[in-house]
Write a protein that binds this ligand. Structure first.
Ligand code: GLY
Length: 288
């Protein structure tokens, strides 16, 4: 099998001032994930590496750069899934962790569970020796300004919500295994404790060697209504190509919930697609 990795830096309009940085960030993440694949690494290692790279990049709404909740704090969600055995791990509403995707992988590999949230996720991170970072270190000037603007009485939060920046990756390794990973700070000025699509298996991502892998981005509540990632794979199982499956599922989401978003999917045979409603995402890919 020729390895493939596709990474994305979020749905919707990209504000001009961060366009260049976002494009460079997805290219770097795709190359880092692809290096893992080229060196014989697994799809799950590659997607983790690509997403970690974007969590460390302040241009994206994940890790450092995440948008802020109603209290002005970073609270993040992440998921990772291995198509070889349907194992997955996720965290939601985590604070003071530089790389939620690494914690999600540890949930997958070191616990009997699939999703840990908030305080429990923190206790688990401590047990695993993951260092806490001061919350302030994850906050950028951009996310603080956006949060402040959203608090103004005449603000239009929907404007900002269309510049989401959730990050994700799907990959196929040389043995034909597929995997996905997605990470986000969620919605700006969200309620404390809000869990978005990203942490929910089947919504923020899904991977199954029998059908393929998907990572989604966009308005979480709309994505959860249609369980978007799993819906796309269902259409692929019915014989649709990744592109047609993604368009069919996204159209359904638009018609039923009027939400916006995008998705990245691949099949074991190597075919992949990046599709979105509204404006394009930033996207990087590498193929062997
Ligand atoms: N898809 C990102 C979020 O709504 O949390």
């Amino acid at each position: 099998m020729k390895p493939v990795i596709v990474v994305h830096g979020g749905a919707g309009r990209i504000f001009k001032e961060r366009e260049e940085g976002c494009r460079a960030g997805v290219v770097r993440a795709a190359l880092q994930g692809y290096t893992v694949l080229k060196q014989g690494g697994s799809a799950i290692d590659a997607v983790e590496e690509a997403v970690r790279s974007m969590e460390d990049d302040p241009h994206f709404n994940a890790g450092c750069g995440s948008v802020l909740n109603e209290k002005g704090e970073v609270e993040m969600d992440a998921i990772i899934m291995d198509g070889k055995n349907l194992n997955s791990g996720a965290v939601s509403a985590v604070k003071c962790i530089a790389n939620p995707i690494k914690l999600a992988r540890l949930v997958m590999e070191k616990t009997k569970h699939m999703l840990l949230t908030d305080h429990g996720a923190h206790l688990f991170a401590q047990t695993m020796g993951i260092p806490e970072v001061p919350g302030e270190k994850l906050i950028t000037q951009r996310s603080r300004e956006r949060w402040k603007k959203n608090l103004e009485p005449d603000s239009n939060p929907e404007e900002f919500q269309k510049d989401l920046g959730t990050v994700g990756a799907v990959a196929i390794d040389s043995e034909g295994n597929v995997a996905c990973a997605t990470s986000t700070g969620g919605l700006s000025n969200k309620l404390i404790g809000r869990v978005g699509d990203t942490a929910c298996i089947g919504s923020g991502g899904y991977a199954d060697n029998h059908s393929g892998a998907t990572s989604t981005t966009g308005h979480g509540e709309s994505i959860m209504k249609v369980v978007l990632a799993r819906l796309i794979l269902y259409h692929m199982e019915q014989g649709m190509s990744p592109e047609v499956a993604a368009d069919t599922a996204l159209d359904y989401m638009k018609d039923t919930s009027r939400g916006f978003g995008g998705c990245y999917c691949c099949q074991q045979a190597g075919e992949w697609a990046a599709r979105f409603l509204h404006q394009a995402d930033v996207l990087g890919y590498c193929r062997g």
